[in-house]
Write a protein of this length. Structure first.
Length: 190
């Protein structure tokens, strides 16, 4: 077994820290924080449970209406999910915008922040298209979460038929280019 030279590792770590100034570490930390926030939001969205099974029509509701519904404790799963997803996205966009507009940030960090902002906007568009098209197939409610090469689609249903599952897979593939093997369809009881 080969012995590890800790002094060489310490020297390499010191050189790395010397190259990366405090300002750049903060920027890198912010980008990692945004990624973690998106991941936590996605995990929370998948783990939420609907306690009352009530339906809420989200058309025509503004953000303050959703916040009031959520605060009253009477929100349903879909309203709470939309609100949670929007809050996480707003926070992520604020952090990325701050990095992109920072005069002291490295150009690489600014480019990465702009790229992440474009990806979030693209994912939002794909999710909205998927939700609209799935609901046009007769589902009362739908939440889509696109995360790179995977997607989760939550639909209000008391049992999906094979043709309905196929329709959802097809919609996700057409709108986001995500293979059915990377799509998770979750039924939320009506």
């Amino acid at each position: 077994m080969k012995k590890i030279d800790l002094s060489r590792i310490k020297e390499a770590l010191k050189r790395f820290v010397a190259k990366v100034s405090g300002r750049n570490l903060v920027i890198i930390g912010c980008v990692l924080l945004v990624g973690a926030a998106v991941l936590v939001n996605w995990l929370m969205l998948r783990g939420m449970n609907d306690s009352n099974g009530a339906s809420l029509d989200l058309d025509g509701l503004d953000k303050s209406s959703l916040e009031n519904v959520a605060a009253s404790g009477e929100s349903d799963y879909f309203a709470a999910s939309v609100l949670s997803r929007q809050k996480a996205r707003d926070e992520a966009m604020e952090v990325l915008s701050a990095v992109a507009e920072s005069p002291s940030a490295l150009q690489e960090a600014k480019d990465r922040a702009l790229s992440d902002m474009q990806q979030i906007a693209l994912d939002m568009e794909r999710e909205a298209n998927i939700e609209t098209l799935v609901m046009s197939k007769g589902f009362d409610q739908c939440i889509a979460v696109v995360n790179g090469t995977t997607a989760s689609v939550i639909v209000k249903s008391n049992g999906l038929l094979p043709n309905e599952i196929s329709q959802i897979y097809e919609i996700v593939y057409e709108q986001a280019g995500i293979e059915p093997s990377n799509v998770h369809i979750i039924e939320k009881g009506a």
